[in-house]
Unconditional design. Structure first.
Length: 128
């Protein structure tokens, strides 16, 4: 090994194996979703997982969940329809909400709700 290559450089993001537990693509609610509000508040479509390829990445952040918000107020939508990214390990960590631990994301399985969210997604992101 060349002396100028640090231990950190030898443990680059592309050497980190992918996590065994990955989120399934699909529609999800974030824990801040208000079921008495619009169906798309804090609703997201998760496309899958991306991989960080640079060597200045912490190993726990090597894999990022790639998703899009389905509500107009979101930063990503307001700034040109960007994708949101979140470390995969954070996806599965519970969140603190109103004094208790709750799942950070909950998969939406109701076919009628999914059909409505598909229409919203197509309207917000027509070129995808």
């Amino acid at each position: 090994m060349l002396p100028w290559i640090t231990i950190r450089a030898r443990e680059m993001a592309y050497d980190v194996p992918p996590p065994e537990n990955l989120p399934e693509p699909g529609y999800y609610y974030h824990f801040k979703h208000d079921s008495s509000g619009p169906i798309n508040n804090y609703a997201y479509y998760i496309y899958g997982v991306g991989h960080h390829t640079e060597d200045d990445c912490r190993p726990e952040d090597s894999f990022m969940q790639v998703y899009r918000p389905l509500y107009e107020e979101s930063y990503a939508y307001r700034n040109g329809g960007l994708f949101d990214l979140r470390p995969v390990q954070m996806f599965f960590q519970p969140a603190e909400w109103k004094g208790r631990k709750v799942p950070r994301f909950t998969r939406i399985l109701d076919p009628d709700l999914i059909a409505q969210l598909e229409v919203i997604k197509a309207r917000l992101y027509p070129h995808v």
